[in-house]
Design a protein around this ligand. Structure first.
Ligand SMILES: [Fe+2]
Length: 183
């Protein structure tokens, strides 16, 4: 089930429960346990909603460290920007908000790629051709989605970028980090 659908179902359940609780208190009074049972369910739904939202956040963690502070700091910022875009996409904050978050993410990604590629060139990194090819693949995917941008593609793009970043950082950037640390 998509996060958007989960969120909508929880919100609908809460609306039904609130209505039931209000009608229950009006018709049965505060002494009756049934409306209070609805109140307990409302609190449980709110807690679940918060947990669902939190579990969908995109965050950097120590398993993504490549051992170079400058690159790790760039990656942490990338994850913050990706989380902002993902949240905008999943919770429908509006296309203008989504586009602004995506632009900030893409601009920062390009700056970050340029920094990594400069380091590779400066140290004559032997795997730079393949590493740069992966960067270009990601740029091309974002450009392709941007041309056909629609409400459904934002969430899809955010998930693609999350998975791409995780895979790229854990293998390709980790290899680069190891190489730079041995210099
Ligand atoms: Fe990279």
């Amino acid at each position: 089930m998509s996060p958007k659908l989960q969120s909508t179902l929880l919100a609908l359940s809460m609306l039904v429960l609130v209505t039931f609780a209000v009608i229950g208190f009006v018709l049965m009074g505060f002494a009756h346990p049934l409306p209070w049972f609805s109140v307990i369910l409302i609190v449980a739904c709110a807690y679940l909603q918060q947990r669902v939202t939190e579990s969908k956040r995109i965050r950097w963690d120590d398993s993504l460290s490549v051992g170079i502070a400058e690159i790790d700091n760039d990656h942490k910022r990338l994850f913050e920007l990706l989380d902002a875009f993902y949240t905008a996409a999943v919770y429908q904050k509006g296309e203008a908000f989504e586009q602004a978050a995506l632009k900030e993410l893409v601009d920062y990604t390009n700056e970050h790629f340029a920094r990594e590629e400069k380091e590779m060139d400066a140290h004559e990194y032997p795997d730079s051709v393949e590493h740069k090819r992966q960067h270009q693949e990601m740029r091309d995917k974002v450009a392709e989605v941007a041309v056909n941008y629609g409400s459904s593609s934002a969430e899809e793009l955010a998930i693609y970028l999350r998975d791409w970043l995780n895979n790229h950082i854990k293998k390709t950037d980790a290899d680069l980090g190891q190489f730079l640390n041995q210099r």
